[in-house]
Design a protein around this ligand. Structure first.
Ligand code: ING
Ligand code: ZN
Length: 322
């Protein structure tokens, strides 16, 4: 981190660089920003949430929106996009009346890196790492015992936990953990959200350009307001996203569009916490780009941030309108 050059919003940054930028923003905009330490990872890294809100609050009470990034270690565009959204909100407050209005009505809670140990591990040791860095557990098969580290945090939430699209083998990339919420990272997010139940919940992932709606654990399984609320808003949000650069998103449940998977945070947010608008966004790119789907070039960080911000504003605007 170079304090003179400042934070590079067009680069993939380390956890330290991201946390330093969050602290710098808080210093520069103390009335808009609060930093909240919601817990620690397995390796004792801080799970740092930035609360961003307007200085004026005409209603006297606030609705809130949660955005997390970096639940999966190798999906580097997701923390970068979370930081970009925070930056657009903060700078927009004094320059964009639309953004200012949203911020005067909504508390935004942004956790840019939900899996800090995995993120650093992906940066330093294994670019394709997905899980957290939960200490190795051993799995006995017919012929041998193998020990592996890491739990898939997006299989560790308490929504049909350990039923579909997840593995009981600690060596598997979708290992669901020893129990629902066995991990400090998922526990911290659960505890915080139970205290501050938001009206919208958005979890940023990559890749494939899909706006995923609950439920992902079974095909053709939908919340009762899927067709009247969740899906119409997702279509409007992805339309606004499309209008900036023509980036196309598919809209639907993860189970219908890809595969069934239980224990996802967006499913838990909707099904258990009853967050009205809970989504999972699979950011750029669309395709694997010859096996490099997670390696989105840095030149696409800012365009991804800008187009995604357009869709976030649509969701936020819906919360204010209600
Ligand atoms: N994708 C999600 C995953 O956790 C998902 C998408 C969730 C699909 C739930 C189906 C059901 O597997 C990423 N990026 O990992
Ligand atoms: Zn993911």
């Amino acid at each position: 981190y170079n304090p003179v050059a400042g934070f590079a919003y067009d680069k993939y940054n380390s956890l330290d660089e991201i946390h330093s930028e969050m602290k710098r923003l808080k210093k520069e905009y103390p009335k808009m920003i609060t930093l909240i330490d919601i817990g620690q990872s397995h390796e004792n890294r801080t799970l740092l949430v930035m609360k961003i809100t307007g200085k004026r609050n005409p209603l006297g009470s606030k609705i809130s929106m949660w955005i997390d990034g970096g639940i999966h270690a190798r999906e580097w565009i997701s923390p970068a996009t979370a930081m970009y959204i925070a930056h657009e909100l903060i700078l927009g407050y004094d320059n964009d009346a639309t953004v200012a209005k949203l911020m005067d009505h909504i508390d935004f809670y942004i956790l840019p890196v939900m899996n800090p140990d995995g993120y650093e591990y992906s940066r330093e040791k294994n670019r394709m790492w997905r899980k957290n860095r939960s200490p190795a557990k051993c799995h006995r098969s017919t012929f041998s015992t193998v020990c592996c580290a890491g739990v898939d945090l997006n299989r560790n939430f308490d929504w049909f936990w350990a039923s579909t699209g997840s593995s009981s083998d600690p060596c598997h990339d979708t290992y669901h953990g020893s129990s629902a919420f066995s991990e400090p990272e998922s526990q911290a997010v659960r505890d915080f959200l139970e205290q501050h139940t938001p009206e919208a919940f958005i979890s940023l992932h990559s890749y494939s350009q899909m706006w995923l709606i609950p439920y992902g654990h079974r095909k053709q399984s939908y919340p009762q307001d899927y067709h009247t609320g969740l899906r119409p808003l997702a279509l409007r949000a992805t339309k606004a996203l499309y209008e900036l650069y023509g980036t196309k998103y598919q809209v639907g449940t993860g189970a219908d569009l890809m595969y069934e998977a239980s224990g996802g945070s967006h499913d838990w947010a909707k099904g258990q916490l009853k967050v009205p608008y809970a989504y999972l966004i699979e950011l750029r790119p669309k395709n694997t780009m010859m096996g490099h789907g997670f390696l989105l070039p840095e030149r696409e960080i800012v365009p991804t941030g800008l187009e995604t911000f357009e869709s976030i504003k649509v969701v936020a605007d819906e919360l204010v309108a209600q």
